[in-house]
Design a protein around this ligand. Sequence first.
Ligand code: AHG
Ligand code: MN
Ligand code: MN
Length: 319
Amino acid sequence: MIKHIHTLADYLLQEEQTATDASGSFFLLLTRIEVAAKRIADKVRAVGLVDLLGKTGTINTFGEEVQKLDEFANQLLVDTLLTSGAVYAVVSEEMEHPVFAPPSHAGEYLVYIDPIDGSSNIDTNCPIGTIFSVYHKDGGFLQQGNRQVASGYVMYGSSVMLVYTSGHGVQGFTLEPASASFVYSHRNITLPAKGNIYSINEAYETLYDERTRAYLAHLRSLANHTARYVGSLVADAHRTLLKGGIFLYPPNRKQPEGKLRLMLEVNPYALLIEQAGGKAMSGNGKSPLTITPKTVHDRTSLVMGSKENVNLFADFLSA
Ligand code: AHG
Ligand code: MN
Ligand code: MN
């Protein structure tokens, strides 16, 4: 029996043939993201040998120290996307303002990127990732997350995976070293309705509001949960997508708006989680996808995961 090797390119072409609004440049966009992901993965695989460990000495727009790998990945993604012909502009965590494609290459998409997510984990060889979120340019830079054309991430873990949704479920592809292709490995990822893993930075316990603390105390009293927290959203969210449970980055006294970036961390994952049958909410208890951004660098809180787990948290919020 012939075993069909289904690559990302095969899947994108198949999607293009069935999608009504296929424009061809989506294929171009995703395959450019794929190329950049392979090049970043190549550096990550030997980051201790290629002088990409440690800090650049600069501070980004969020007041965070920029790591050498952040800068490398940012420049590679910006160059790869803006020369593709599919992209009008890129917004990045590592740049204060959007960067625009040259008129000769201006395309139809706005792409928001977190070039390296989990930067605090780079030097310790823990899982890190790249996050992307795609809009049509006609809606401008401050669109609600429910206007996303697609969102996804690359996870540089024990294997390298590219996971994305364009509104037709969540599809996962694993980088096959032998062929250097992303091969279709996770078809229509769906969260379990309920999970027993909770993921939150418990070091901030005293900074959370009392309802969040009451929720955490309740989970611990059940004694049927386990805690997992990598500190890379890409890793914590990937596990939540596959195993279910709940991921929380709620507001805390030091970060009353929450820490995560609306346009390039929260919205991409809110779309993925909802497409996988889960639920995402922000500080107002509603889906982050309904927030109208004030700036491209807004922060917000994020709670997401299996519907039953998120609904239980929501019950504590409204208690
Ligand atoms: P980034 O490395 O892109 O700045 O993102 C880090 C984010 C996210 O990956 C993770 O969920 C969160 O920061 C962890 O924050 P704490 O260290 O405060 O828990
Ligand atoms: Mn990040
Ligand atoms: Mn980052």
